[in-house]
Design a protein around this ligand. Sequence first.
Ligand code: AGP
Length: 608
Amino acid sequence: MCGIVGAVAKRNVVPILVEGLLRLEYRGYDSAGLVVVNDKSLERVRSTGRVAELAEKSLKTNGTIGIAHTRWATHGVPSERNAHPHTSNELIAVVHNGIIENYEELRSKLTGEGYIFTSDTDTEVIAHLIHSYYIKNKDLLKSTQSALAELVGAYAIGVIAADNPDQLIGARKGSPLLLGVGEGEYFIASDMSALLQVTQKVVYLEEGDVVALALVGYKIYDAKGGAIERPVNISELNNESVELGEYQHYMQKEIHEQPQALADTLESVCNSQSLVPGIFGAEAANSFAQINRILILACGTSSHAGMVAKYWLEEIAGVPCAVEIASEYRYRVSVADPETLIVTISQSGETADTLAALNHAKSIGHKHTLAICNVPESAIIRQSKLRFLTRAGPEIGVASTKAFTTQLAALFLLTLVLAKQNGRLSAKQEQAHLHDLRHLPSAVLAVLKAEPEIAELAKHFADKHHALFLGRGLHYPIALEGALKLKEISYIHAEAYPAGELKHGPLALVDSDMPVVAVAPNDILLEKLKSNLQEVKARGGQLYVFADSETKIHSSEGVHVMQMPEHAGFLSPILHTIPLQLLAYYVALQKGTDVDKPRNLAKSVTVE
Ligand code: AGP
């Protein structure tokens, strides 16, 4: 959601800005723009199309300092006049991620001072506010700091001034921003993928930090305005990990990366002979000994991972578990229980609702917090006491795939560690689970072989407007995830139900035009599920069943069965996710939608 790139160098920075924006496209956007300083004036180019269009429009633009942005509309429709950068009096230019909550108040104050607004955005107030200080003190750093002190809300910003061609200011509070350190050139960006083209060296800015970049170097100031040193890290990402390679879409690439992502995530555990709490952080053993229940907070796909974990945690570890949508929990009056472990799950670690839910939980007295996240140094990781980093690698497709299955792997490890602590896991069971985890990557690889078969099945969905997904028990959240994937990228309306609920309402929807997708593992609920499928068949519904080989469900008139290679016991939800991801992907291909950047959606939802 929104992306920022900024650069100060001895060379023309426009190609760097454009390439950076291209690499941030995956975050989701509806307009893009850049501005550079050229001959003491601002040269701004904006476009409502793709970054490629912006690149065309800026072929003749040239400057050694500049900022650029991809915008995902919040305040004001997607249009060129609302696209960033926003300027004030041809002197100050600003790009901004986040939301300024007091922008109306600031807007009327600035209007009263004679400022003329040319957009409907909250960002424009930042440009005018900085300008109002800058014309008095001619100090871009101080002016930005003074303006920031007046803002309420979340921001990551980049600022330049037309008469100051050697200084770029960046700042963050509530939205991600990092600093890239090159050879005599410096950069800012929303995430590292934008900067891999120029450097591997990165400084993660802390909440409230302001950074001043110049050709001679950079200086960071903390929230109180004092100069501060932050460590320079070498990013583990490389260009290859964010490139498409042989695949048509990032989503397809990321689906196929799951065996490796799972192997990487499980590496430390699979190489050892036993499970220890330390994999969740140095203080985990101590924290785990003090908790007797779990509350999982997350959004979207990550919340589905939490729902699967609830089944595992209660059945295997005997730990009561509740799962709540972060955006609901953050505003609900709830009762804090000091013996609860708060588990947040997030691919990006920057999801505004999940972060706010975590902070809300802490503010009402929860002291045990664990983050399961794919991005080191993300806000959710930094603000949690315990952490587990999934090692899925960068996930570029908006539809979460490998992040989900690695989250499940992490949650299964949490389950086993707590089960062991609670005396519910014998040494033999522990070894059996470790064996299954070691086998998991190759089991996923075997499921991926069904890709051509699923591509064929997908053709049946291309002209459909609705679909129903059914699952039971552990696999009900997988049905939810399958429905989310389908609606997200193919725009087919899809709903998921626990199969037992069918006759309590949704059965009324079933007719020959309604594809019904069923997740059918060989577990204790299989016979129940089979009866539910009969209910669909009797009403002429078209069934698409993903069944373990031992289920004895076979294709027949109106029943299309894809046999899964094996039943993976407790890990079955991970295997059953794969065909549903592939189904959504191939239906989207049939429909010709923008698979990696579905309409209206953003990868990292950093606003409410
Ligand atoms: C999944 O395909 C989504 N795009 C979305 O639901 C996502 O999982 C959600 O926004 C949460 O993101 P996070 O994991 O980065 O917190």
